[in-house]
Design a protein around this ligand. Structure first.
Ligand SMILES: [Zn+2]
Ligand SMILES: [Zn+2]
Length: 432
């Protein structure tokens, strides 16, 4: 059947997440929600597509994300739209539109779309978790945001990861630095990779974080932005560094860390897993974007945030053997050999009682239903035969462990299931 060329398949570069793997996604989302809500962030849902200008203005035409990878389309009304390639610009657009009181702290969980060449751990639809904090220019907020991401990775059990930190300066000091850098790169133009040799006028910063050996060698001695910060940017950065030290967040300074989006100012940071291949080991990052709200037509409002790639993060968890998927089993599977009415009614009653319950359908044989019960992973089978309907009882048979089978009155069924399912009974779904 799978070989049928007419059989429907997911588009290239996308992937399905099905049970039980999806239980891990649920748990990840739930852990992230309670972690960031504990720091005052509230969930924000925004549309998966936006006016294409939201990304053009915010991220910049010159970036690969906008220039080469964005899913753009015209809708039936002739509007130029784009599927979101990242999470920050839509949140900032929502802020500009609704102007919630400041400070405004929002978190999101969203798919993001980029037309990239499909390869391991890189998808055309991938998934991101992130936070954005708008309002304060306070460097202590930068330290809080970075430490929030660091704390989340540790909460999952990760230990083999590193944090790189840099300052991108601002509109006061960055232009001067870019001139110095352009002069340096122009002198080394013949050593740069072809792409960055060509683009050094438009965007000299890109050569700094280029992974190609030519660019790395050519920029080894390049002037660092950190040495050209204006006094306010320098003081801001010092306070961020002091904050991370005080909060016990380890990091290294890296003057090559310049992020690809135009909207970043001052603090920029990136987390990478040491358990993954170096070429694709980024698990999250972010930074301050004090100009973005204005770029999207709002009042001058500072902001900072981070985004985490879910697929990459789970690969890092696999590589470290942490945060395993533990799908919660059913408490009960109802097997009804007497017409199905009891299965219908008792399953509903058990669910109302807060138990996880399922049943067999289609009037299958007792044997087939018991096989389904076993395959379901349920802790307990609740068995109804003809004589039990008449007596108002049910048989509770533990399917895991060593408990004894017993016959109970229907009025006591829920508590009997609860007892037989045992203390390991859990409800992770209810925390999502
Ligand atoms: Zn290069
Ligand atoms: Zn500055």
């Amino acid at each position: 059947m799978a070989d049928d060329p007419m059989a429907a398949r997911a588009p290239s570069g996308t992937h399905d997440v099905l049970w039980p793997e999806s239980a891990r996604w649920e748990a990840l989302l739930s852990a992230f929600a309670s972690h960031v809500e504990g720091a005052g962030y509230g969930l924000a849902h925004t549309p998966l597509f936006e006016d294409v200008r939201v990304f053009r203005r915010g991220i910049g035409e010159d970036s690969d994300v906008v220039g080469k990878e964005m899913y753009e389309f015209e809708d039936r009304g002739g509007r130029a739209l784009a599927l979101r390639p990242e999470g920050t610009a839509p949140i900032v657009r929502a802020f500009v539109q609704h102007r919630p009181p400041l400070p405004w702290k929002a978190w999101y969980a969203t798919p993001a779309f980029r037309y990239e060449r499909p390869q391991a751990g890189r998808y055309r639809q991938h998934h991101q978790l992130g936070v954005e904090a708008l309002g304060p220019a306070d460097p202590d907020l930068d330290a809080e945001v970075v430490s929030l991401a660091d704390g989340f990775f540790r909460l999952l059990g990760l230990t083999s990861f590193g944090l790189r930190l840099n300052s991108m300066g601002d509109g006061v000091c960055r232009p001067g630095y870019l001139e110095v850098l352009r002069v340096y790169l122009a002198e080394h133009r013949h050593q740069l990779c072809p792409e960055h040799g060509r683009r050094l006028e438009a965007n000299p910063l890109r050569a700094l974080d280029c992974k190609r050996p030519e660019c790395r060698a050519a920029t080894a001695e390049a002037p660092a932005l950190a040495d050209h910060l204006c006094d306010p940017c320098g003081r801001h950065f010092e306070r961020v560094v002091a904050g991370l030290d005080a909060l016990g967040v380890p990091f290294v300074l890296d003057h090559r860390l310049v992020r690809g989006f135009d909207y970043y100012t001052r603090t920029t940071f990136e987390f990478s897993s040491e358990a993954l291949e170096a070429a694709q080991n980024g698990i999250g990052g972010g930074g301050r974007y004090d100009g973005l709200v204005e770029m999207l037509g709002g009042p001058d409002t500072p902001g900072i945030g981070f985004g985490i790639g879910v697929e990459r993060l789970l690969l890092a968890c696999d590589a470290e053997g942490v945060f395993p998927a533990v799908p919660a089993p059913l408490d009960a599977f109802v097997v009804d050999d007497a017409g199905g009415e009891s299965a219908r009614d008792l399953t509903a009653a058990l669910r109302r009682d807060g138990l996880r319950a399922d049943r067999a359908f289609d009037g299958r044989s007792l044997k087939a239903q018991l096989r389904s019960a076993d395959r379901s992973g349920a802790r307990v089978a609740v068995i109804i035969r003809g004589e039990e309907v008449a007596a108002g009882t049910a048989t509770v048979r533990p399917l895991r462990g060593t408990g004894e089978q017993q016959t109970v009155l229907l009025a006591e069924l829920a508590s009997a299931v609860r007892d037989a399912a045992g203390p390991g009974r859990s409800h992770p779904a209810s925390t999502v």
